[in-house]
Design a protein around this ligand. Structure first.
Ligand SMILES: C[S@@+](CC[C@H](N)C(=O)[O-])C[C@H]1O[C@@H](n2cnc3c(N)ncnc32)[C@H](O)[C@@H]1O
Length: 223
């Protein structure tokens, strides 16, 4: 619709929600407005994130099996409309994808009715205990930065805690300098916040700071 500014709409919903002390309620309001044709979700691209696709091109193509013969498990954090999760499932991972907004999960299931992805509603800040250290690949793209900075550390620890022994975590996020003030959302991640993904015993494997954005694309591994 002409004259609609998706970023301004999202910011308005976010500021109302945050003023009421609710850090995540605005996501559902935005997805509901989008389903009613009254808003556009600013981060929806209709295709997987190109920084994720590029990274997955580096993965080897041998079948993704665990020692017990089952497919390797992947999880996509804050999956939105599901494009990244579908991409990961297409690589052979047994893929789980979750979002705090039921409207996002509903839309992802509608968009991909024959999907092999296990879509569900869950809150990164209160994850099911059985997901701890359970996934061979964890994909976090733009979710932590969508939360207010006081919640970043808790969200970062929760993301890192999903990676299984030997598992990989990929983080894609907008970047900012320490102390750089921003009026979010989003609230891009600082170098110290990126380092904090290693707090739960993960080791950094490859740290890229891409000029485009600027943004982080960082890979961690649990020994
Ligand atoms: C900026 S969008 C990014 C969506 C997608 N990951 C991408 O890269 O396009 C952030 C997503 O995270 C979800 N989200 C925000 N806070 C969350 C939380 N605490 N737990 C789970 N999902 C959350 C939002 O509903 C939204 O779909």
């Amino acid at each position: 619709m002409t004259g609609r500014d998706p970023d301004a709409q999202a910011r308005r919903l976010a500021s109302e929600s945050l003023a009421a002390g609710d850090s995540t309620g605005w996501f559902e309001r935005l997805y509901a407005a989008a389903a009613a044709g009254e808003a556009t979700v600013p981060w929806s691209r209709g295709e997987p994130n190109r920084f994720l696709v590029e990274w997955t091109e580096r993965l080897d193509r041998t079948p993704r099996r665990r020692r017990d013969g089952h497919d390797q498990r992947a999880i996509v954090v804050g999956c939105g409309f599901g494009d990244d999760a579908e991409h990961i499932a297409g690589l052979g991972f047994d893929t789980t994808a979750f979002d705090v907004a039921p409207g996002a999960v509903r839309a992802a299931r509608q968009r991909f009715p024959d999907s092999a992805v296990h879509y569900g509603t869950a809150d990164l800040l209160n994850l099911p205990a059985e997901w701890r250290h359970a996934f061979d690949l964890v994909v976090e793209s733009l979710t932590v930065q969508s939360l207010p900075p006081p919640l970043h550390r808790q969200a970062i620890e929760a993301v890192a805690g999903l990676a299984a022994p030997g598992g990989t975590l990929l983080v894609i996020a907008a970047a900012r300098e320490e102390g750089e003030q921003v009026e979010g959302p989003p609230w891009p991640l600082t170098p110290a916040e990126i380092d904090a993904f290693a707090a739960d015993g993960l080791n950094p494997v490859q740290m890229e700071r891409l000029a485009d954005g600027p943004r982080w694309r960082v890979e961690f591994q649990r020994p």
